[in-house]
Ligand binder design. Structure first.
Ligand code: ADP
Length: 487
């Protein structure tokens, strides 16, 4: 390592605990913390959403500086707030762009995140921190890699800065109209297929992929999958033919300080692998609180964004003319679902909750405390994703002794090992084919172990709980990667 600690600035639209809709927030909330422990001067910059204000620190006391950001003919003011309780974090404030109920989904998202990317680059002029590496995450931060090269690298302050661009999900690419070029102040030369043009539109994801010094994605298997037609979301040829040399898959971890059944304040009763019987107390208390049948039967948990990516279409299939969910509910099981998303799947769960009132708990909301309870309460955790860049749900589930049932794809393939009764190894159940039938068969298999071979079921739980998915190893790999590009 260098004598002076390597300086790394993480740029992300979501960071736990401040703002979270999914795994991206968990990753940027945890990885910089681990890097810091390992000697890196890691800092974070994120938008100052109105939902953050007043919740984590005293707003007025944390004001740092302010400046203007140019977006074509527009000039927008930015206020910078700074908090260093966990990792030094800069919050970029603009009422115009970030005082809204949601983080994304607005017509001017192209302008909001162009503002964010420019705001981050301008920030470097106003603080005493010039990073060696800027670590960008997902489409919201893609343009930063391009802007650095196009508009800032002539300035000695920026000349040595390298960029890493991490793909957390290929599906969301930030595709916008040509007006994005204006706010980014880029010439129309960039509208070509070898630059940021994508079927006549502007791709923020391509800006990150092409102009970064290194691309990472969040599991080794997904790093391979995205180079294929099936998983590449239209960018497979670019990735496999032009950018392969700079892509690396590094498996995510989870924050062991937060996801720990021994200390998690959200649980009814804390436990470890030595006191696994206490997991049942969580189940009983949850059933009581939510009006479910008070019975020690197998509880199937789902905590997820409710989108097609997560495999919910498999739950709409039939097996021999019987709806697969009816077949599952014919077993002596309970189902607990937490998530928000697409209406057609939410309606399916509403219907299930109505049909199996005493055995189904459906919570169509985002609630982190409830999520933790469900990991602790459930015996198996269902994640039949069509594709999964890494997936944190199955990692958290394993840590809480909930046995994952997953489709063998991406990070799920890299982290869940099918149980082998002979060798007593393995941490869950996997199926490969994208079908409701195979999902059902694996739930049936888990059900058999749960009821007929409880000692084996416990073995699977223990195997998962003891498996190490902390960030320690991944942080070391990232440090090597940073050193490789700065030296
Ligand atoms: P993705 O990033 O694709 O949404 P991951 O499995 O990588 O999926 O990460 C999901 C994270 O978001 C996990 O920490 C999970 O517990 C959390 N999560 C998902 N849905 C909800 C919800 N409705 N309420 C609370 N937490 C949720």
């Amino acid at each position: 390592m260098k004598d002076i600690p390597l300086k790394c600035l993480f740029v992300s639209s979501e960071v736990a605990p401040y703002a979270k809709t999914g795994g991206l927030a968990d990753v940027v909330g945890a990885l910089p913390k681990k890097l810091k422990e390992q000697g890196i001067d890691a800092r974070i910059v994120m938008p100052y959403y109105s939902s953050i204000e007043g919740k984590f620190f005293e707003h007025d006391e944390h004001f740092l500086t302010s400046y203007d950001v140019h977006l074509g003919w527009r000039i927008q003011g930015i206020g910078v707030y700074f908090d260093e309780q966990i990792v030094p974090t800069y919050f970029l404030k603009s009422d115009t762009y970030f005082s809204r109920p949601e983080f994304y989904g607005y017509e001017d998202d192209y302008e909001r995140f162009a503002f964010f990317c420019k705001g981050v680059l301008e920030l470097i002029k106003h603080i005493d921190f010039v990073p060696d590496v800027i670590h960008c995450n997902d489409w919201q931060t893609g343009p930063l890699c391009l802007l650095l090269k196009d508009q800032y690298s002539y300035d000695p302050l920026y000349a040595d800065i390298k960029t890493v661009y991490t793909i957390h999900n290929m599906k969301y690419q930030g595709i916008f109209g040509k007006e994005a070029l204006d706010v980014l102040e880029l010439s129309s030369d960039y509208m070509s297929p070898d630059k940021i043009e994508y079927h006549g539109a502007v791709s923020y994801m391509k800006a990150g992929l092409i102009y970064s010094d290194k691309i990472t994605t969040v599991s080794p298997t997904y790093a391979e999958e995205i180079k294929t037609f099936e998983y590449g979301c239209g960018l497979d040829r670019l990735l496999s033919e032009k950018l392969e040399y700079k892509i690396e898959g590094i498996l995510n971890g989870i924050d062991y300080d937060i996801y720990n059944p021994k200390t998690d304040p959200n649980l009814y009763v804390n436990y470890t692998y030595r006191s696994l019987h206490k997991k049942k107390q969580n189940k009983a208390l949850f059933q009581k609180e939510h009006g479910l049948l008070e019975k020690d039967c197998m509880v199937i948990g789902i905590v997820s964004r409710i989108t097609d990516q997560k495999g919910f279409d498999l739950m709409k299939e039939t097996i021999e003319h019987v709806w697969v969910m009816d077949k599952i509910m014919q077993m002596d099981v309970q189902l607990v679902v937490l998530g928000t998303g697409e209406k057609e799947y939410e309606d399916m769960f509403r219907h299930l909750a109505y049909k199996y009132r005493e055995r189904t708990g459906v919570f169509l909301t985002f609630n982190e405390s409830l999520a933790q309870k469900i990991y602790a309460v459930s015996d198996v955790f269902l994640m039949p994703s069509l594709f999964e860049p890494c997936g944190l749900g199955q990692l958290i589930a394993m840590r809480y002794g909930s046995v994952p049932i997953v489709r063998k794809t991406g990070g799920l393939k890299d982290t869940v090992i099918h149980y082998n009764m002979q060798t007593k190894t393995g941490t869950g159940f996997e199926f490969e084919e994208c079908s409701g039938y195979w999902m059902y068969r694996k739930i049936e298999e888990a059900y058999w172990y749960y009821n007929e071979r409880p000692e084996h079921f416990k073995q699977i739980q223990l195997n998962g709980m003891k498996k190490g998915f902390s960030w320690n190893d991944a942080a070391k790999v990232y440090i090597n990667l940073y050193q490789g590009i700065v030296e």
